[in-house]
Design a protein around this ligand. Structure first.
Ligand code: ATP
Length: 520
């Protein structure tokens, strides 16, 4: 049967993924999980003492969020009592999430909570085949069967996880005394897997130079570009390459959010000296999504001192952000200017040729025979960013392997209906911000600044509202583009404008006009 080999690929994938620790567990995802728990708390009372406290988010696979549970009993109980509510609360917070899957992972919740004795029936019992499947709450659950191995450690279907190069596991970059300081490196994010084209060739050349020089050639390397265009991939690639060349070099890679979190923790534990010593002892500091520290004054101050100390000692710094240093509002001028000291490299939106190359390479990594015309179709239609492109390919491949259908353009159009519809009427957040500032006579930096005067704050809320309405971006993603604001701020803005357009005729006209202009 034509589709058979694809199903086997799905099995192999499930096996290959099981040894990976929590992957794709972005801070946005963790925030969303916190919000879901808050919803449950408001509806079901204190969730910190019951079974729900034993759950933790593990990661995301396209539209599906993976939540880890320590035992089958808890999985079944939570699934029965809270499953649907978890899914609907999540979808309300992030509409991109369509399903939530509970995975049995004995390590989940173990560190924080004492494991209660398992119910009698569970002790030593061999799980039934049904039990060995995860519990999914989706409109149409389509879990692939899993084997014993994947059952015992949890699994996730990530099609290319089985095919990796030199690094074989996710890895802490450096073992540092403050414990969980450094972010994890994704083994897929290597230079070998990064496809180079006109939009990113400069950034790649700069990244390769940094990765291969024993001393900083330019400091810092500042990589910037829109969402999902490969900034994190390139940073991890630098770290992997440096590690390969010189395993002794102490590299710390972390998000700006984590930097802040560590700093706040050090303050709380009165261990700022330890914090300083720690960061100043590294050979290469890589900070992802630095826009996050906009408006966070003490963190900026500490970052500034760390930055200067490392540069003085001739240590390499690599920074990424969603915009250039000069557009990073909410950052002190002295920091902005420091960030531009070295080399600023922009990753531009993808071209058709680059998208084609990326898709071909991903299909090869998955050892899949996707017809060229389907790849061309995707490259033509999904132009927003590489993450979405990958997501689209993954969805097609999963469906093909589960339903044993042959991959075709008709099949791709059907599976990606929602994505393609959104792509057809695609408006970007940049366009929205630009239209709004033109309309209200403001500056682009007002969209990301911390100014709160009504004359600035209201148009900013309008822009957030339009971003939610006209783009497929999630609330956290929108917040990120508005100076690193929290997703609850975006939610508040959306509700505020929805309410105001009913009461305020002038505002309603503004919003309508902007909408028409943007969609024209
Ligand atoms: N040129 C490329 N070749 C291969 N894969 C790519 C390329 N660019 C991006 N990707 C892939 O796209 C996905 C998103 O990339 P990445 O996470 O690095 O984006 P980002 O710019 O850091 O996004 P964000 O601003 O949301 O943090 C990753 O899976 C990455 O491997």
């Amino acid at each position: 049967m034509a589709g058979r080999p694809k199903i086997e690929m799905a099995y192999a994938t499930a096996r290959a993924v099981v040894r990976e620790p929590m992957s794709d567990r972005s801070s946005d995802l963790v925030d969303q999980w916190r919000d879901v728990l808050a919803v449950l708390r408001s509806e079901f009372g204190d969730v910190s003492s019951g079974m729900l406290k034993r759950l933790d988010v593990i990661g995301q696979e396209g539209e599906r969020v993976l939540v880890g549970v320590p035992t089958h009993f808890i999985r079944d109980f939570v699934g029965r009592h809270y499953g649907d509510r978890i899914r609907s609360a999540w979808a309300a917070i992030n509409p991109a999430v369509r399903s939530v899957t509970l995975h049995v992972r004995p390590d989940v919740g173990a560190a924080r909570n004492e494991a209660p004795s398992p119910p009698l029936g569970e002790r030593g019992a061999r799980p039934s085949l049904d039990e060995r499947r995860s519990t999914a709450f989706a409109a149409s659950p389509t879990e692939p069967p899993v084997d014993e191995d994947s059952f015992s450690q949890g699994y996730g279907v990530r099609p290319d996880a089985g095919m990796r190069e030199a690094p074989t596991t996710q890895s802490e970059v450096a073992e540092l005394p403050l414990g969980d300081l450094s972010g994890r490196l994704d083994p897929r994010f290597t230079f070998e897997r990064f496809i180079v084209g006109k939009p990113n060739e400069f950034a790649v050349a700069a990244a390769e130079r940094v990765a291969s020089s024993p001393k900083p050639s330019f400091n810092p390397l500042f990589l910037h570009g829109g969402v999902g265009l490969g900034k994190t991939h390139l940073m991890h690639a630098i770290a992997w390459r440096v590690r390969q060349r010189d395993p002794q070099r102490k590299i710390v890679y972390l998000s700006a959010e984590k930097f802040m979190y560590q700093f706040v923790r050090a303050l709380r534990e009165q261990n700022t000296i330890g914090f300083k010593e720690l960061f100043r002892s590294v050979d290469m500091l890589m900070v992802d999504d630095v826009q996050f520290i906009s408006g966070k004054e003490s963190t900026q101050e500490e970052f500034f001192h760390t930055f200067n100390a490392l540069v003085d000692r001739g240590k390499q710094i690599v920074i990424s952000a969603d915009r250039s240093p000069s557009d990073l509002s909410g950052l002190e001028e002295r920091i902005r200017s420091r960030l531009s000291w070295g080399l600023v490299a922009d990753i531009h939106p993808t071209t058709y040729e680059l998208r084609l190359g990326i898709l071909q390479s991903k299909a090869e990594q998955m050892r899949l025979d996707v017809p060229l015309r389907v790849i061309e179709f995707l490259a033509h239609r999904i132009t927003s960013n590489v993450r979405e492109l990958e997501g689209a390919l993954n969805r097609i491949v999963h469906q093909a392997s589960l339903t044993e259908r042959v991959v075709s353009i008709e099949m791709a159009s059907e599976i990606l209906k929602d994505v393609l519809r959104a792509a057809d009427r695609r408006v970007t957040i940049d366009e929205i911000q630009k239209s709004v500032v033109d309309h209200y006579g403001l500056k682009l930096t007002d969209m990301t600044s911390s100014r709160r005067s009504r004359a600035v704050a209201r148009p900013r809320q309008v822009a957030m509202y339009l971003s939610k309405l006209l783009t497929p971006r999630s609330l956290p993603e929108i917040g990120k583009r508005f100076g690193g604001r929290d997703h609850t701020t975006v939610m508040h803005a959306v509700r505020q404008i929805e309410r105001l357009v009913v009461e305020d005729k002038a505002l309603a006209e503004d919003v309508e006009l902007l909408k028409r202009r943007l969609q024209a």
